[in-house]
Design a binder for this molecule. Structure first.
Ligand code: FE2
Length: 139
């Protein structure tokens, strides 16, 4: 396991969204650092709270554009976002219930989400957003 790096292949061409995705990379790395120092349980509660508010505002941004541009896969994509929200709240409940050794599962879940969701689902809206004139970020 190692720190994650933002890669240009993650860019969806929209600065606002790329910055939000970078924030997710930061949160994952924060968890990773804490795990490395054996401090994961001390920061996990805070990280889970940050992930909830992150998900709320980030998904709201993407979904705002889905609506604005009549994105054809909006419904499916929104449902996938909901699975993320549910998963985080499950982790939160488990954490609040005092379950330990959660950090590795959370780390794996987030890493997988970053890779599969951004490179899979998010990339599918790039054309639609670009066609609707959403400003391209400089890569
Ligand atoms: Fe998304």
């Amino acid at each position: 396991m190692s720190l994650l790096k933002w890669k240009t292949e993650y860019s969806v061409g929209v600065q606002e969204i790329d910055n939000q995705h970078k924030k997710l990379v930061e949160l994952i790395n924060k968890l990773f650092d804490a795990m490395k120092q054996g401090q994961a349980n001390a920061v996990l509660g805070q990280i889970l709270n940050e992930l909830s508010s992150y998900a709320f505002s980030h998904f709201k941004t993407e979904e705002k554009y889905f609506k604005l541009f009549d994105y054809v896969e909006a419904q499916k994509h929104r449902e996938i976002h909901q699975t993320f929200v549910k998963e985080i709240s499950k982790f939160k409940n488990a954490f609040d219930a005092g379950q330990i050794t959660l950090s590795i599962s959370i780390f794996a879940f987030l890493k997988d989400w970053l890779h599969n969701h951004i490179l899979g689902e998010d990339m599918k809206y790039v054309d639609c957003f670009a066609k609707n004139g959403l400003v391209q970020s400089e890569l």
